[in-house]
Design a protein around this ligand. Structure first.
Ligand code: PHE
Length: 452
């Protein structure tokens, strides 16, 4: 048996897990969803999903990983030998690999925009929509940037848990949090920013329907990195004295704060520039914001440049720390299950994701007419299947597994660190994971599939 990696400190555990959670989902996807789905009303539902569904599921994954100290597949095998539960282990590994294939494409775009911001291109664009579509539809450029970010991630993962994941999370996460604070101040100090704040804070409950609730849940799962084997794999490197509930609480708090702060960065800035219409789609970050940076640049060049560079640096850091956590479950599985070296396992994952990621990247350009189910492109297909199908299914299975199948004493021991921590929240956790999580996810999922 090879010696397994382990995180070295509690801070490392929190920052690595928060690094997984804080990603494009927070800075890119969350503000978009808030803008399209009723502002503060969406935020309230989102926070409800985080507390009632996200947190218990995160703790559940931590329990599975920390108790077994194994990759996700072997973790289920160890806890429930010769039973079909191991399916969830495979699903987790597969989902993370699947997500990496398209997540790396958008991460590549963030690197491209960072380079363009540094070289003053973002702030001097005449037509940001044309720039974005020319870039994403060209065959080579987006693919090249995707390969570069994959190699950056590879470079960290190949160094292992302590020297790679922990070390770089400890470096990148504080940078990311600092940049957020600076950008919030920048955005608030722009004239006319109040309107953006109002847009974000005024709840519009008329927009809320079951579809919006599903989006909030999907967003919460995606943002907290739940049901994809990532947290379970990271937890397998936790030390025995890590406090699972507290760690999950800190990660959820950091993740939600960053998401809301991203809204506070984006909307006041967007509303401060009168001629810029807030684009509610994914273009918010790549099309609308460049216009804001450009207008700011026209008034005070240095501020416009600084704002743009910091923003895309933030996006890139967030994307990279998440990519690391999406890479690791498959790497750990190959490494332990097939007894490969870390180097070989990492290479297999990186190369296979680059190969499939190329298809996703090309689906904005030369392959845009290749369509799957319901007319989806490769990219849309990967996004839909992972976020709307694998995530809810994984969420249901994990909650049933920990709530009903696992020995109650084992769960209690993990949560209380063998009786050394208080168990006040244990009954609440059990209630949420046994009843609320599976039923709520099932209802929302079936509703989405049109069964109602
Ligand atoms: N949580 C990350 C984000 O918000 C994405 C992610 C998905 C990370 C799956 C790990 C696993 O962007």
């Amino acid at each position: 048996m090879k010696k397994r990696g382990k995180f070295n400190s509690k801070l490392g555990i929190i920052l690595a897990s928060a690094g997984s959670a804080v990603g494009l989902g927070n800075v890119w996807r969350f503000p978009t969803e808030v803008g399209a789905n009723g502002g503060a009303a969406f935020i309230l539902i989102y926070v409800g999903c985080v507390i009632l569904l996200g947190l218990p599921l995160m703790v559940a994954e931590f329990i599975i990983g920390r108790h077994t100290h194994c990759n996700t597949v072997d973790a289920y095998r160890k806890l429930a030998p010769r039973s079909p539960w191991v399916f969830q282990g495979y699903l987790g590994v597969f989902t993370s690999w699947f997500i990496l294939c398209y997540y790396s494409v958008v991460s590549g775009w963030t690197l491209k925009y960072l380079v363009a911001a540094v070289t003053d291109q973002v702030t001097t664009l005449s037509d940001s929509t044309a720039y974005f579509s020319a870039f994403t539809s060209s065959p080579w450029m987006p693919a090249l940037y995707m390969v570069i970010v994959m190699l950056m991630c590879h470079w960290v993962i190949i160094r292992g848990v302590q020297n790679g994941i922990e070390r770089y999370s400890k470096l990148m996460m504080p940078m990311l949090l600092l940049i957020i604070a600076v950008l919030v101040v920048c955005s608030f100090s722009m004239p006319g920013s109040e309107e953006g704040l109002l847009f974000l804070l005024k709840p519009d409950f008329s927009k809320i329907d079951s579809g919006v609730i599903l989006s909030a849940m999907g967003q919460a799962f995606f943002s907290l990195s739940i049901a994809m084997g990532c947290l379970c794999t990271y937890a397998s490197y936790f030390t025995d004295d890590a406090k699972l509930m507290k760690t999950a609480g800190s990660v959820a708090l950091i993740d939600t704060t960053v998401a809301i702060m991203s809204g506070f960065i984006i909307f006041p800035a967007v509303f401060s520039v009168p001629d810029v219409a807030p684009n509610a789609g994914p273009g918010l970050v790549f099309i609308t914001l460049p216009n804001v940076f450009q207008m700011t640049f026209e008034h005070v060049p240095l501020v416009g440049w600084f704002f743009a560079v910091m923003f895309y640096l933030l996006l890139l850091l967030a994307a990279l720390t998440s990519m690391m956590s999406i890479h690791e479950p498959t790497t750990a599985f190959l490494l332990e299950h097939f007894d490969l070296s870390r180097r070989t396992a990492t290479r297999i994952v990186t190369l296979s994701c680059i190969a499939v990621g190329l298809l996703c990247s090309l689906s904005f350009g030369p392959l845009k007419d290749v369509r799957f189910l319901f007319g989806m492109t490769f990219f849309d297909f990967f996004d839909f299947v992972s976020a709307k199908i694998f995530l809810p299914v994984g969420g249901i299975i994990i909650s049933l597994f920990v709530g009903w199948k696992l020995d109650r004493q084992l769960v209690r021991n993990e949560i209380t660190n063998h009786g050394t921590l208080n168990a006040h929240l244990f009954p609440v956790f059990i209630f949420l994971i046994r009843w609320i999580a599976p039923i709520a996810i099932c209802l929302i999922f079936l509703n989405e599939l049109g069964a109602f």
